[in-house]
Write a protein that binds this ligand. Structure first.
Ligand code: ZN
Length: 144
């Protein structure tokens, strides 16, 4: 992974074949102390796992894909959960037959390349458990 920290406090990342998306972003967040940021990325992944949150069951329906797919769009954020950087990503993928699939992105391996931009916020974004959804959601009242 190559990292360019631009003069505007934005991080530009170039991931290479074989690197895992979520763990790479976590390592950058840990290294630079990023606990609140916007993330966007494009590229091509393989061996990725996406999810659809089933609110009635309070759990994700998960699906894994081995093939190489275009990472058409990946958007998300970095926040803080239990004192550590937490990555939340959603992604749309373009398959070889030009169909598009997508969902909550759990993990994925860079198959060709990935270009990501992290734009830190001045504030930390804290996550706390939410009883209604069963998810760790932003707690903006606790954010400073
Ligand atoms: Zn999600």
């Amino acid at each position: 992974m190559e990292i360019l920290k631009s003069s505007t406090d934005v991080y530009v990342l170039k991931l290479s074949i074989g690197e895992e998306v979520s763990s790479s972003l976590i390592s950058v967040a840990e290294k630079y102390g990023i606990y609140g940021a916007e993330v966007q990325a494009i590229g091509a992944l393989k061996d990725f796992e996406i999810g659809y949150y089933q609110l009635n069951k309070k759990q994700y329906k998960r699906s894994k894909y081995a093939e190489i797919a275009e990472l058409i769009s990946c958007a998300g954020n970095i926040s803080e959960k239990d004192g550590k950087p937490f990555i939340h990503l959603h992604a749309t993928f373009g398959l070889q037959n030009f169909q598009v699939i997508g969902g909550h992105l759990f993990s994925g391996i860079v198959a060709v390349s990935m270009e990501a931009i992290i734009r830190p916020l001045p504030e930390k974004l804290l996550r706390k458990f939410d009883e209604v959804t069963g998810l760790f959601l932003w707690d903006l009242r606790e954010t400073s």
